[in-house]
Ligand binder design. Structure first.
Ligand code: ADP
Ligand code: ZN
Ligand code: ZN
Length: 669
């Protein structure tokens, strides 16, 4: 077999054919999975040999031989090549782009990697320590989970570990990882965001003091990422801990996959290869023949549905693990009878005051950063909008500026209304900065920490701030989602939720699922150490069933009700979905493009193509955006339509339109 089919990083959906060089030119012939240097145009490029075939459709005399094989990193294994083929075809992206995007940048360059010195054990390193240091004896529910999942090691089996916040899911992962390491396997542990990694990393390092743990996420420097990747790919690292991209690492001895907070939307990449890290993880486990554990207090409805259908096995951890710790009491504060002043109902203010008096921490959650979402003129109704987007500018107190959260545009606050000249422009609504200001007025003696993407622009800053909170250096915390996820604040006993009503009546059918998950997460931050925790949710709709389920900590009845709604309305997971999106300088160009694509292929039976519609935020950064949805009960039928669309579009889409396909989309704004 003399023709090598090579994936190259070019925006074309094809592989490129090259010849094996003459036998004496290379130590051994190139094989699938080899990184090779090939001539391409007038340059040399790095590609990956995807397969070796007997013949090419290109005349033999026009084929060029590869230049050399790069041997500075291990050959990419067959299961990894299979993963790449799966991702490229499932998410409709060129194989070359998929492969290149999955490799650290240094492995995409023709330069050979610098050789690394083998790590010598440092002086004083205690090699006598145990391989696994368990900090807690598992309770019966945890022991049962470890036993059931442990019994499945060695074969593919998906599990949902449905454990309430603080139920000791991480502890279960640690015990399972210990088993896998004992068997000589590697464990892949995925988490949603880098903000979560330091605490989790510390727990893993403490539990496995002698293990090589590779950390992988996109904020790493190129060198560090390459090292971690190589440790994983060579099988040197027994544990690979990372964000969604960790799912794309070669793991020769893969024995267990864990996806923590599996419902989290950040597992879905929102650009280029729009893959779901969770779904990629399940695929990996299947190919490797090992169990995959999806852990969450509020699983994705897709996952819940898979359990009901018997495809995944569900294991429950219904109680908190720390002896004496209970789930917090959730109370709804009825804003109709206890109206808010400056955002806070009387009950909320009183509760915070009580905690301050006892020296306990309170968290005020509002999922909106900035000072206020709108700056408006009450005289004429004008509101400060972004010229490049269909969106209002957000008022930021720092520097007194207006900022667009969609395109990054910034400007100074106008002195007067540009329409009527009224000098009295007012902020409408509130974000974290304004809430912080109100709290400072109400409780001048309290130390207040604000955590959002503006206060913690860099990774280090966020970690420092979180550490400070854990040490008790703040009495009141104000924050967004960033503060809700995964953190463990020992002194926190009260959570106040503001602005929850905003997503109750959204047109996005996923909004309720997300709201419930967010509220359960943020509620789960308090009372983790035995003191009773309390959660106050301010709302004008206390009878809403979502809040009822939240008060009862009853995810499963919430999920059942949601699934019934989805089934009735014909939404995922009862149908499969994809979106074709377009953006252009004029909306009509985007709409026409979508109409033409929709009409270009007659859909296979059971595939439904909806009419194109403009995005809610139609204009973003100067582009007018529209999308159309496709649904089908049959995954193969949907895939075949998408494949014929993408084939046409990659072959030649109009130049004035930017387009992409999003398979299993979760964001529609
Ligand atoms: P989750 O991942 O479900 O939020 P964690 O594994 O982080 O839960 O556990 C929550 C808290 O409970 C941690 O402080 C952990 O040390 C503690 N914990 C976990 N398992 C046990 C146990 N079996 N006994 C005592 N404490 C435990
Ligand atoms: Zn005006
Ligand atoms: Zn904008």
């Amino acid at each position: 077999m003399s023709v090598l089919r090579v994936a190259l990083e070019v925006p074309l959906a094809t592989l490129f054919d090259y010849l094996q060089p003459p036998p004496d030119a290379l130590p051994a012939p190139a094989q699938p999975g080899d990184r090779v240097v090939v001539p391409f145009g007038r340059r040399e490029r790095v590609g990956i040999v995807m397969e070796c075939v007997l013949a090419s459709s290109i005349p033999h005399e026009r084929l060029k031989p590869i230049v050399r094989v790069l041997e500075d990193a291990p050959r990419l294994p067959p299961d990894w090549l299979e993963l790449m083929r799966f991702l490229a075809s499932y998410y409709q992206r060129p194989l070359g782009e998929t492969v290149a995007g999955s490799l650290p940048s240094r492995l995409r360059s023709v330069k050979t990697l610098p050789r690394r010195k083998p790590r010598a054990p440092s002086a004083g390193e205690d090699t006598s320590r145990a391989r696994f240091v368990s900090s807690n004896e598992p309770n019966p529910a945890q022991a049962d989970a470890v036993k059931r999942i442990g019994a499945a090691l060695g074969g593919f089996k998906p599990f949902l570990l449905h454990g309430v916040t603080g139920s000791g899911k991480t502890e279960v992962y640690l015990h399972l990882v210990a088993r896998v390491l004992e068997r000589g396997g590697q464990a892949l542990v995925m988490v949603p965001e880098i903000g979560l990694t330091p605490q989790l990393e510390a727990r893993f390092r403490h539990a496995f003091p002698r293990e090589n743990i590779a950390i992988l996420h996109s904020a790493l420097q190129a060198g560090a990422r390459t090292h971690a990747w190589l440790d994983a790919a060579r099988g040197d690292a027994g544990i690979v801990l990372g964000t969604r991209l960790a799912a794309l690492t070669p793991l020769p001895r893969l024995g267990l996959v864990v996806v923590d907070e599996e419902h989290d939307t950040s597992f879905k990449q929102q650009e280029g290869l729009r893959y779901s890290g969770r779904d990629a993880a399940v695929f990996r486990a299947k190919v490797a023949g090992c169990p995959v554990v999806l852990g969450s207090a509020t699983p994705a409805l897709e996952t819940w549905h898979n359990c009901r259908a018997g495809r995944y096995e569900r294991i429950d951890l219904p109680e908190r693990a720390v002896p004496g710790a209970m789930l917090p009491r959730v109370r709804l504060v009825d804003l109709r009878t206890d109206p808010a002043a400056h955002g806070f109902a009387g009950a909320s203010v009183a509760a915070i005051r009580g905690r301050l008096a006892r020296g306990e921490q309170s968290l005020v959650f509002i999922n909106r950063r900035g000072y206020s979402p709108v700056l408006a003129c009450e005289a004429c109704g004008w509101a400060a909008g972004c010229e490049r987007c269909t969106a209002n500018l957000v008022l930021h107190a720092v520097g007194k500026r207006l900022r667009c959260h969609h395109c990054g545009w910034e400007e100074r606050i106008p002195r007067a209304c540009p329409t009527c000249g009224n000098p009295d422009l007012r902020p409408v609504g509130r974000g974290t900065q304004r809430v912080q200001e109100t709290l400072a007025d109400l409780f001048p003696e309290a130390r207040i920490a604000r955590i959002d993407r503006d206060s913690a622009r860099r990774r280090g800053e966020l970690q420092q701030a979180l550490e400070g909170i854990r040490r008790g250096e703040a009495d009141l915390l104000v924050g967004t989602q960033l503060l809700a996820k995964g953190h463990d604040f020992p002194g926190l006993t009260l959570v106040c939720v503001l602005g929850a009503d905003q997503s109750l009546f959204s047109t996005d059918y996923r909004a309720a699922e997300r709201l419930f998950a967010t509220l359960a997460q943020v509620a789960g931050r308090c009372g983790r150490r035995g003191q009773e925790g309390e959660v106050l949710v301010q709302t004008k709709f206390p009878q809403h069933p979502l809040f009822g389920a939240l008060v009862r900590h009853d995810y499963s009845s919430f999920a059942e009700a949601q699934l019934a709604d989805r089934e009735g309305a014909g939404f995922p997971p009862f149908v499969h979905e994809a979106a074709l999106r377009a953006e252009a300088k004029q909306l009509e160009v985007s709409m026409d493009f979508l109409r033409e694509v929709a009409a270009s292929v007659s859909p296979p039976g059971d595939v439904r193509i909806y009419d194109p519609v403009p995005h809610v935020i139609t204009r973003r950064a100067g582009y007018e955006r529209a999308q159309l949805l496709v649904q089908s009960r049959s995954r193969p039928a949907l895939q075949s339509l998408l494949a014929s669309w993408s084939e046409r579009l990659f072959a030649g889409a109009p130049r004035n339109v930017r387009w992409h396909l999003d398979v299993d989309p979760i964001e529609f704004d």
